[in-house]
Design a protein around this ligand. Structure first.
Ligand code: ZN
Length: 233
């Protein structure tokens, strides 16, 4: 059965590298959760400032446009918040400083569920996607114990224990969500990323086909699937 989150899961944090990553990875699921009245928050580690094919484009202009596109996609999905760390596109690395920033956001938002890339997916080429998945998991661990980044308490950020982590872009899925009712909204949210659309008709068909292939494994029209990690204790 399509996985139902407990009512106590009121806040969800989705951590991603670039504008449109989460729309591709899980917007059908996000739309279901916002329709259920849950608060879904997006954290963008970069603003996608290298996401242009124009060699004369100014990265700061690209970033500004893509932040606006991401906010519009968020509005269409009914997100509770969209925030940007502003790190340079293409330069994310697994570091303690980066981990501290994501830890602070987890402690501020206090989500029961965090979603991100599966950093262990074989042949994941994009370095930002690998780094975000790894750092987010490391931050989930750091967030729960007060002796990690104790200076964050000065900003009112107390230790916080996340209950579950869901990984998209995984080849080891063990949970799925029926997105038959929200696939069109996922596509509508993706269309907000005007600078990234390319051949939209072909792209939309690929996205639809992928969701159909996943759905066929579970007997529904369209689905998204995830690796689910349940944190004990
Ligand atoms: Zn990306």
């Amino acid at each position: 059965m399509s996985h139902a989150l407990p009512p106590a899961f009121t806040d969800i944090l989705v951590v991603q590298a670039h504008p449109d990553d989460a729309e591709h990875g899980m917007a059908g699921t996000v739309a279901r959760w916002t329709r259920e009245g849950r608060r879904v928050h997006y954290l963008l580690c970069t603003s996608g400032d290298k996401g242009s094919a124009d060699p004369h484009a100014r990265p700061s202009d690209v970033a500004r446009q893509r932040e606006a596109e991401q906010r519009e996609a968020g509005r269409r999905l009914g997100l509770a918040s969209v925030q940007f760390l502003g790190r340079p596109d293409g330069e994310l690395e697994v570091s303690l400083a980066f981990r501290a920033e994501v830890t602070a956001v987890i402690r501020a938002v206090r989500p029961q569920l965090v979603a991100t890339f599966d950093p262990w997916r074989p042949y994941q080429l994009h370095p930002d996607h690998r780094a975000v998945g790894q750092v987010t998991l490391d931050a989930v661990i750091a967030a729960r114990d007060p002796l990690y980044y104790p200076e964050q308490r000065r900003d009112g950020l107390e230790a916080y224990r996340v209950r579950e982590v869901w990984l998209w872009s995984t080849d080891q899925p063990d949970v799925w969500i029926d997105i038959t009712d929200t696939l069109e909204l996922k596509l509508h949210a993706l269309q907000a990323h005007v600078s990234q659309l390319g051949d939209w008709t072909a792209r939309a068909e690929r996205i639809r086909e992928r969701a159909r292939a996943v759905g066929s494994r579970y007997g529904v029209a369209y689905a998204e699937e995830f690796k689910r990690l349940v944190l004990l204790g």
